[in-house]
Design a protein around this ligand. Structure first.
Ligand SMILES: [Cu+2]
Length: 269
């Protein structure tokens, strides 16, 4: 966790905004990308229990930087003639710290999804899916694909452990749509020393201010520190005080960051 995030958390705690500003742990702003390019919809705000650690990061890891990808794993989703539904392969193994591209293709005739997490939050999530079958995930650890569609998740596995991946569309898990995901110790890793975070400023124009949700829609220049091209996106603002005085049409500079997979604005000048 860098200094910026610590500062953001400290501000939130001090302000006692446990609800509105949220500790933000359970929702993530960035969608997994599909090839149809609906990626980067931000602002998903349902609270379902992911396996999060006390810093708010998912135990299984976080969205990875494309430039850090060291290998690509292809995963197919499909129904079988005997009525079962499967992932192929149904077993995945990664090294701690590894950044991979999970390239997914739905080869079946109905929609499927891929969600990876620790077993118990995954099961909690499954229960919510049964209650709200139309619910679509927009969390970075998941992707939903229509028949014939393909997409990908770029992920960095942060901790060793036994995890699970599954399709949580009601009935699919029971039909066999699950797999084991193991993250093992990195062998002889050369871990780069943590860089000291400096504030990286990006220019942008405010398009919308949503004070109720504590969100800003910003048409931004390329965000170098997040490796993101210029586009218009919705960002979460952990410190709601920042929103004071901001109006659509203003051109300002923003400190953007990736907070456990959620894109946030930490400072504006
Ligand atoms: Cu499925």
């Amino acid at each position: 966790m860098n200094k910026l995030l610590i500062a953001a958390f400290a501000t939130m705690l001090a302000a006692g905004t446990a609800n509105a500003a949220g500790t933000g742990n359970h929702s993530h702003g960035e969608e997994a990308k599909t090839e149809e390019g609906h990626g980067h919809g931000a602002g998903h705000s349902e609270d379902h229990g992911h396996g999060v650690d006390h810093h708010g990061a998912m135990v299984i890891g976080q969205p990875g930087d494309e430039a850090a990808v060291t290998r690509t794993i292809e995963i197919n989703m499909m129904e079988k003639d005997d009525g079962s539904m499967v992932f192929e392969p149904a077993e995945l193994e990664f090294k701690m710290g590894e950044t991979v591209r999970l390239k997914m293709a739905n080869k079946g005739e109905i929609a499927h999804e891929f969600v990876m997490d620790e077993h118990s939050p995954l099961m909690e999530h499954k229960v919510s899916m049964e209650k709200y079958p139309e619910m679509e995930h927009a969390d970075p650890n998941s992707i939903r694909l229509e028949p014939g569609e393909s997409g990908e998740i770029i992920w960095t596995f942060a901790n060793t452990g036994k995890f699970e991946f599954a399709c949580l569309i009601p009935g699919h898990y029971e039909a066999g749509m699950r797999g084991d995901l193991a993250v093992t110790e990195q062998v002889a890793a050369t871990v780069a020393p943590a860089a000291v975070a400096e504030v990286a400023w990006t220019k942008g124009e405010i398009k919308k201010v949503d004070a109720a949700q504590s969100k800003l829609t910003i048409k931004h220049d390329p965000i170098k520190n997040l490796d993101m091209p210029s586009m218009t996106m919705v960002f979460y603002v952990p410190d709601a005080k920042i929103l004071g005085g901001l109006k659509p049409g203003q051109k300002r500079q923003f400190a953007f960051d990736n907070m456990s997979g959620r894109l946030v604005v930490n400072q504006v000048k």
